[in-house]
Design a binder for this molecule. Sequence first.
Ligand code: UD1
Length: 448
Amino acid sequence: MLQFLMKGGTPLKGEVVIGGAKNAALGILAAAIMTDEPVVLENLPDVSDINVMLRAISDIGASVERIDRHTVKITAGTIHTQRVLFDYVRNIRASYYLIGALLGKYKYAEVALPGGCAIGARPIDQHRKGFHAIGAVTEVTHEGALLARAENLTGHHIFMDVVSVGATINTMLAAVLAEGKTVIESAAKEPHVVDVANLLNRMGARIKGAGTDVIRIHGVEKLHGTTYPIVPDQIEAGTFMMAAAATNGDVLIRNVIPKHLEVISAKLLEMGCRVEEYDDAVRVIGCPHKSYVNVKTRPYPGYPTDMQPQTATVLALADGISMITENIFENRFGYVAELNKMGADITVCEKGDVATITGVSSFKGAAVEAPDLRAGAALIIAGLCAEGYTSVSEIKYVLRGYEDFDAKLRGLGAQIAMVTDEQEILDFIQKTGTMEEAAELFPFLAEK
Ligand code: UD1
């Protein structure tokens, strides 16, 4: 069984380079099929969510040419169907961006909807509201796909009821080729919204105001090809910042936009850590006695929900009692039971939106399971701090969003490996400790 195995206790030290933003890249890949000319995307992260999206684009007929590990050239003039009904697309939520892109370009889209999600219901009513406003009709088909079609798309004034990254990007995609002017009010302001808008503008779209809560789009007749580097991943960077803090390390995190990380840096400073900002890097220096802090997740520029679990891991080792309020998703404390197995002291209120974290002095290694992507990262950070060995299973979630996570952590001195079988487990333990230390976690070692 594929899992991450680690021996905790080494403060992370050194430099790590952050890759392109997965969530920006997912919207950008959809945008790239809106022209028949080649679009070259650089700094594309090599993670499974992106590879699923590339496969879907290729399976509907676009040419996807990998120039190197992080650069692809997409030429979409050969798309032969607007029906994206492959079962595998249900595994990634962001496949819904293909609806906006195909609807905008071909006035027709049918895309299999994602299945249930570990972090809550995640409706798409606001995406549909955006499509309807510019003249499309939509229906959920009996195959579990969203079908959207229009005779003509015409710009309109849209007031979103909730601030949604997905609905903002999807509406923007569908509206860039609509006739006339579209205004999206209560738009999401996340860096990935801005990055998708920047790419579309490079392709000839006329979008203004991305990054504010009002986005104005003047429809154009046609988009053209371009070359575009994807923005650095705010959440990957934030995850390494928390890993540095949790292990009392000293890490220079390179290829970042410090402005995108300010709210994370501010929390680390409140905890007592040191954060130094450079033009395109941040350095985080942990401290042994971190202070409790309270965190409330909010849409950007508020505290990102995607950083909530990693932050909880650090706070579980801080002095005092911290509170985390999750305001975005309804079921985002799935990792708490796992972290508590490692000795954390966290309780979640009955409603499920507030966690009370009583700091403990250390974690103890355990076998834990990743319930979702960011929770998986949080458990890995916990394992790096814990006494003894920790195994994190269900790492398919982690591989969806972190490229070479174990290799990057090893580069910072962590003792971590991705293992699949008993032999690899044995090799790792022989390299890092003794059979006795790991026997509780892996009873089969007793026979060795
Ligand atoms: C995106 C990110 C995800 C991140 C989230 C919030 C991608 C691929 N994923 O997800 O990692 O955690 O933003 O920053 O970029 N909502 C509705 N109706 C809708 C759409 C959303 O009620 O039609 C609600 C959701 O239930 C949630 C809130 O709006 O409570 C925000 O969700 P949204 O910003 O849409 O998240 P995603 O785009 O799915």
